[in-house]
Design a protein around this ligand. Structure first.
Ligand code: BGC
Length: 815
């Protein structure tokens, strides 16, 4: 565990590490120092054997540890999405998730996790909403601090990202977010500040975007003055991937590491800038010191003892993934339909069979198994009581070729000779930097052919397609369907990653009869790119059935069963890194499906498989609605746990769910490069309240399987003691939420904000007490005139309850 003080007669571990860092720094020349600050490839920094420094390895999170390869044959645990983790309202569970992730990181030789994401849900349209925690800065900070603590207890570093105001995706490389000092302090910086103060992260990632005219990788004020100066952050600061834009401004703006490599604004360019007198060598030393401190902490610098020498006990990853998922599910409506009574169940929905367990983009990991709702319920329900119908397919596009495909990647040189092969667990190839199949080098590689067989599970017209840029040849069952060049007009360097697959072949196939498939990519990589990435996808879509027929089949199944369970979902094209959402509707004909099923069976339960809010226009017409998020690899098993009543769903909304028409903050598209955060400090529930609008489900809302009566709240000093009783028939767990309402809220100050929370557990009929400490910060506002926090004296109401919309007991205090 962390040792800041040594036993008597020894020097404290922190000081010993600092001494090792200084000694290592003193032994390096300018070129070595500059080289250390630049990625040597996509994920690592160079080793410096002369000082006993091994190569530092970073990897994306936040729900798993992908490792240095983008491949399904390098699997990782996949936990529920960050929105789900936040829905547990349980920093201790977040800590346990972190401990598991550190275990995964160590297994894969990763020293630093590029997580957590603590940007805010400013608008429900944000494409990476699923990857952040909440609209509330306090809840975000508490969950983030738990996560960071857990990962670092496992001896692995964290990189809290994206500093700061990276709350949407549109034009993310160039957007200039105009944010008032007050909104920055009270909202967007607040989670970072809380985490730095309470969990001491070893790293931070500066964002792509600009804030108030300065790009974040060069933001001297926010990085050097606020993060390091005021808050005392002593970790490393790494650029988001390709976010470092200039040598001098970046090093002077406090950026320590420019990623990825090998071509960056640091390395040789930085050494030259020092020699030319443009940059002070002391600025380079400061950055190197930060990197060496990180290396020392994670145990890859000889002579420095790592922070953690006594590793935590091994965690069962699948068990924990399942526990987090059921603790995250939010039951927003229940007219007595759940838990399921005995009887037959008609399970309906494409995502019930092909579950969507995680969000898209750099947060992608490849779990070695996925338990779908169909798998989970099949295992949990008595034989013969479950039927399945597709109902409606939300996937209007092709997806990565996966089920039924058996593929190998064959690499050839310009003469057509095979120089290497690699297994391809699915149709997506992504080789970055030197991560190439054995024996293959970029110099010799001319073509990559994905080749093998496809055995359809359904008869009919199958569509095959290609995602990626460049020259491709697609052959299915001996016929060449495409032999041409795919192009784009986007300037996002990750477009091959986020773009849509192009349909290129429609082929009539018979279920169970294998055919040969082959997709060849001609490798042409420009000379001047910072990293060499070979990325393309063979995509596929099953035969599309008549949508009316699919709905009619589902209705029949629902009518014949005691309960209908419909799983509705978003798709990769709706929620992902790289773009924002245009609306909050469920794709395809899913709303129509739910209405038709509910009309046929009054006992209809809807499971919503999405990482962020969607509109549920039929919500009053169904018997129950359970928000299942992107539930991670064990989602289906956890779903069975809560549907059968073996466990209650434990989640509470970390973000308001409502319609786009009512949502107070919807602008995510810059105009002339600028995105003004005109709403000031009002986002999420504070904005809904200010506008006087009622959402579908308020912040904090979530039902369990028992009832709670709030009896009293007593406040002494800054401590609230809340007495409540489990007035239902089952044991349960309640998230007690404390909101602080100033008597004098005004145009500039929200009517109330979350000031604390705690969990209560009690058996039926039992009463229990929880205490919640209200932090001083809850009484403060950022005073722009004095550029400091101002403690606002006066009268406040402490309001305690089940959500922002369901406050049960209050107390008045004067401070
Ligand atoms: C994302 C980061 C991620 C990095 C490396 C970027 O595009 O914004 O969150 O850590 O890529 O994959």
């Amino acid at each position: 565990m962390a040792a800041s003080e040594g036993p008597e007669g020894t020097i404290p571990a922190d000081q010993a590490r600092e001494a090792a860092v200084e000694a290592a720094l003193a032994a390096l020349d300018l070129d070595a120092k500059a080289a250390l600050l630049a990625g040597q490839d996509m994920w690592t920094l160079p080793a410096l054997p002369e000082i006993g420094l091994a190569s530092l390895v970073m990897s994306d999170g936040p729900i798993g540890v992908r490792g240095v390869r983008w491949s399904a044959d390098d699997p990782s645990i996949a936990l529920p999405s960050p929105t789900a983790l936040a829905a547990t309202w349980d920093p201790e569970l977040a800590r346990r998730a972190g401990v598991l992730l550190a275990q995964e990181a160590r297994r894969k030789g990763v020293h630093v996790l590029l997580a957590p994401t603590v940007n805010l849900h400013r608008s429900p349209l944000g494409g990476r909403h699923f990857e952040a925690y909440s609209e509330d800065p306090y809840l975000t900070g508490r969950i983030g601090a738990g996560y960071v603590t857990g990962v670092q207890e496992g001896g692995v570093g964290t990189t809290v990202k994206h500093f700061v105001a990276n709350d949407a995706e549109t034009d993310r490389f160039t957007v200039n977010n105009l944010v008032s000092e007050r909104a920055l302090r009270e909202l967007y910086l607040a989670p970072f500040e809380h985490i730095v103060e309470n969990a001491h992260p070893w790293g931070i990632m500066t964002a792509y975007n600009t804030v108030n005219g300065t790009t974040m990788t060069e933001h001297h004020h926010l990085v050097n003055e606020v993060l390091r100066g005021e808050w005392g952050f002593d970790g490393y600061n790494v650029s988001d991937w390709m976010a470092a834009r200039s040598t001098k401004a970046a090093i002077e703006g406090g950026l320590d590491v420019a990623m990825p490599g090998p071509t960056t604004v640091y390395g040789e360019a930085l050494a030259r800038a020092v020699r030319d007198g443009e940059v002070q060598e002391s600025a380079v030393d400061t950055a190197v010191r930060n990197v060496l401190r990180l290396a020392a902490r994670v145990g890859i610098l000889d002579g420095a003892e790592p922070v953690v020498t006594d590793l935590p006990d091994t965690v069962d990853g699948a068990e924990l993934a399942r526990e987090i998922a059921r603790r995250a599910f939010v039951l927003v409506r229940n007219q007595g339909a759940l838990p399921l009574k005995s009887g037959t169940v008609a399970l309906i929905g494409a995502a019930a069979r092909d579950a969507r367990v995680l969000g898209g983009g750099s947060a992608t990991v490849f779990p070695d198994r996925v338990v779908s709702p169909l798998d989970g319920l099949t295992a949990a329900l008595p034989e013969g009581t479950l039927t399945y119908a597709l109902g409606a397919d939300p996937n209007t596009e092709l997806a990565v070729a996966d089920k039924g495909f058996s593929l190998t990647a064959v690499c050839r040189d310009p003469a057509g000779d095979v120089i290497g092969t690699a297994s391809a667990p699915n149709g997506h190839i992504q080789w970055m930097g030197s991560d190439l199949p054995e024996g293959v080098t970029h110099d010799r590689l001319h073509t990559v052919e994905l080749t093998g067989t496809f055995t359809p599970r359904e008869s009919g017209a199958h569509t095959f397609g290609i995602k990626g840029l460049g020259a491709f040849k697609l052959v299915v069952d001996g016929t060449t369907y495409y032999d041409d060049v795919q192009r784009t007009d986007s300037d996002d360097p990750f477009i091959t990653f986020f773009g849509a697959p192009e349909p290129r072949a429609r082929v009539e196939l018979t279920a169970g009869e294998p055919v040969d498939v082959s997709l060849t990519y001609v490798v042409v990589l420009p000379e001047d790119i910072p990293m060499k990435v070979i990325a393309f996808t063979l995509a596929h879509q099953d035969p599309q059935r008549d949508p009316d027929e699919l709905i009619a089949e589902a209705v029949e199944a629902a009518r014949a069963a005691d309960t209908a369970v419909v799983v509705v979902a978003t798709t990769e094209r709706v929620e992902s890194e790289g773009y924002d959402r245009r609306d909050l509707t469920l794709p395809g004909r899913q709303d129509e499906l739910v209405r038709a099923v509910a009309a046929a069976n009054p006992n209809t339960v809807v499971i919503v498989n999405s990482g962020s809010p969607v509109e549920l226009p039929w919500r009053e017409d169904v018997a129950a609605v359970l928000l299942g998020w992107f539930p991670g690899q064990e989602g289906g098993a956890a779903l069975a746990d809560v549907l059968t009543g073996a466990h209650e769903p434990g989640g509470r909304l970390p973000t308001t769910w409502g319609t786009l028409a009512d949502a107070p903050v919807t602008r995510v598209t810059p105009r002339d490069g600028e995105l003004p955060y005109d709403e000031g400090v009002f986002i999420g529930y504070t904005a809904w309240e200010k506008e006087g609008r009622t959402p579908a489900y308020p912040f904090g809302h979530g039902l369990g399987y028992t009832d709670w009566t709030y009896e009293s709240v007593e406040v002494r000093g800054a401590t609230a003691r809340v007495r409540l009783r489990n007035s239902g028939a089952r044991p349960g767990r309640e998230v007690v939420q404390v909101y602080l309402a100033p008597a004098e809220a005004d145009a500039e100050r929200p009517a109330r904000r979350l000031a604390g929370f705690a969990a209560a557990e009690a058996g039926p009929g039992e009463s229990t007490e929880v205490t919640v400490e209200i932090p001083r910060r809850a009484f403060e506002i950022w005073d722009e005139k004095t550029s400091s926090w101002a403690y606002v004296k006066g009268s406040y109401e402490i309001q305690v309850g089940r959500s922002i919309g369901d406050r049960r007991v209050t107390a008045r205090i004067n401070v």
